[in-house]
Design a protein around this ligand. Structure first.
Ligand code: SAH
Length: 236
């Protein structure tokens, strides 16, 4: 299980790079494999599309059972809304050797692009209700908002799911000021990276899609120069 980070080659850890070089077969979603270019050129490559996660796991496990060294590629970290969980479940008790190689997840890559917004307690919530019922997501949003957690939203909006981010904003506005800083980072560390620092009042005026990570500050988060900062509590 190889986490390849958010996109750029220099955000792939040396350990992940070594695992990719050592692999005989590579399994992953199309776009991520394209990002790897020459690193995997001479491998047996199995490309798949989004939404084919379980077939991808079965394929990878099947290849490993034939004795091959298989790298299953996940963007960011493989254990954060990634393939590590389902792969381990599909493997079950078969006793194959597995290595889970962490990667830079979108939350920390996006945080670094806007400053230091995660410098105190934070929660990560996916707005995708494909696999999680929406009432559960709303409950978690409300809990994070009430608990004054800085909150990172993954999967904020797709072509079909347009209202979740609007609802998330309403939930946060019940306990946070309209001026609360919000960072919106699209395609972090890729060529088309876009970084916006806005606030809760205006957050839905900016384009947000499935390649975007949204960071809502807590009650202490502020903007200084062009950075979003959540204070740790030091006296400065
Ligand atoms: N395993 C991945 C997350 C997969 S969920 C990780 O650890 O990063 C997919 C969501 O991650 C996207 O909808 C988006 O919210 C976020 N994401 C992934 N790559 C991103 C990137 N390069 N820039 C901004 N957000 C990204």
């Amino acid at each position: 299980m190889v986490g390849i980070g958010p996109g750029s080659r220099d955000q792939i850890t040396p350990r992940a790079e070594r695992a990719l070089r050592d692999a005989q077969a590579v399994v992953g979603y199309d776009t991520y494999l394209d990002l790897l270019g020459d690193l995997i050129r001479d491998k047996e490559i199995h490309r798949s599309q989004m939404r084919e996660e379980i077939e991808r796991c079965r394929l990878a496990v099947g290849l490993a059972l034939t004795g091959k060294r298989v790298a299953v590629v996940s963007s960011g970290d493989p254990g954060v809304y990634g393939m590590a969980g389902p792969i381990l479940e599909v493997l079950g008790e078969r006793g194959l050797a597995v290595e889970i190689i962490p990667g830079v997840t979108a939350a920390t890559a996006a945080a670094a692009a806007v400053g230091a917004p995660l410098n105190h307690d934070f929660a990560v919530i996916s707005l995708s209700d494909l696999l999680t019922p929406w009432p559960v997501i709303e409950k978690r949003l409300a809990a994070a908002a009430t608990g004054d957690f800085v909150t990172v939203l993954y999967n904020p909006r797709s072509k079909k799911r347009r209202e979740q981010i609007v609802r998330a904003r309403e939930i946060f506005l019940k306990c946070r000021k309209e001026t609360t800083p919000v960072g919106i980072v699209k395609n972090v560390s890729r060529e088309s990276e876009e970084v916006v620092i806005t606030n809760l009042r205006k957050m839905c005026e900016h384009p947000v899609d499935m390649l975007t990570t949204v960071i809502i500050g807590n009650s202490q988060t502020f903007v200084l120069s062009s950075y979003m900062i959540t204070p740790r509590g030091y006296r400065l």
